[in-house]
Design a protein around this ligand. Structure first.
Ligand SMILES: [Zn+2]
Length: 229
């Protein structure tokens, strides 16, 4: 069920949210920067652009969220002390983007679509402003903002405050480290689109498990850091 973006904005601000987050692979994030917009998986595919495959792609198509853009109200890597499944590049976006009518009406999930089997609409989506006021908890990963009324494209200019990039502390077989490669690719895309957004190396808390996870699944890590597809 869609909720006016103004209501979503007001409730998020009330609950202390200042920024929204969108995590993706290096290649997909670079493509977004080149086109100065976040794009839905479906739009990217329809426009003949390349994006890193995600394990959620089949579910997204099945539940008709393939043309939608997803935002989190929390930095999942920091909150969970582990890698974000969607990728090592995190866009940090000012929550005010919701207040300026850029987004159209907003849908908010109660459960991640990967858990939607046998669930009713009421259990999949927040139903209205009151439902959101009472039951939205900042930091609950299942609760995601879904933009379904912005044509699958969300211009970032003026609202993206920084980009956080994970440093897996791994080098490729030519000795170039993944972090530097990622930053290089993001900067090239920004220079093509004349964007100037600060890039920050992620600083993890000591018990963060991301380095172990990056080393354990090196194929996935390579895929997520691969700058060009
Ligand atoms: Zn970490």
């Amino acid at each position: 069920m869609h909720i006016p973006s103004k209501h979503v904005y007001e409730i998020l601000v009330q609950k202390g949210v200042e920024y929204l987050f969108h995590a993706n692979s290096v290649a997909t994030a670079s493509m977004f920067l080149k086109y100065r917009s976040l794009m839905s998986r479906g739009n990217t595919e329809r426009n003949g652009l390349k994006q890193t495959p995600q394990t959620s792609d089949d579910v997204d198509k099945r539940y008709s969220v393939w043309y939608d853009i997803f935002l989190d109200a929390v930095d999942i890597h920091r909150r969970a002390s582990k890698i974000n499944a969607y990728g090592p590049v995190t866009f940090v976006i000012d929550v005010k983007i919701l207040d300026r009518n850029n987004t159209g009406r907003i849908w908010v999930t109660k459960l991640n679509p990967t858990k939607w089997a046998n669930k009713s609409e009421k259990h999949r989506w927040f139903q209205n402003k009151q439902d959101l006021e009472e039951n939205f908890f900042v930091g609950r990963f299942d609760q995601m903002l879904v933009l379904r009324h912005c044509g699958g494209e969300l211009p970032l200019k003026n609202y993206i405050s920084k980009i956080i990039v994970d440093d897996p502390q791994i080098q490729d077989n030519t000795g170039v480290d993944f972090y530097s490669m990622a930053v290089g690719a993001l900067k090239i895309s920004m220079s093509e689109s004349e964007l100037k957004i600060p890039i920050e190396r992620r600083i993890c808390i000591p018990r963060c498990n991301c380095l172990n996870m990056y080393k354990l699944d090196i194929n996935r890590t390579s895929l997520m850091f691969e700058p060009y597809l």
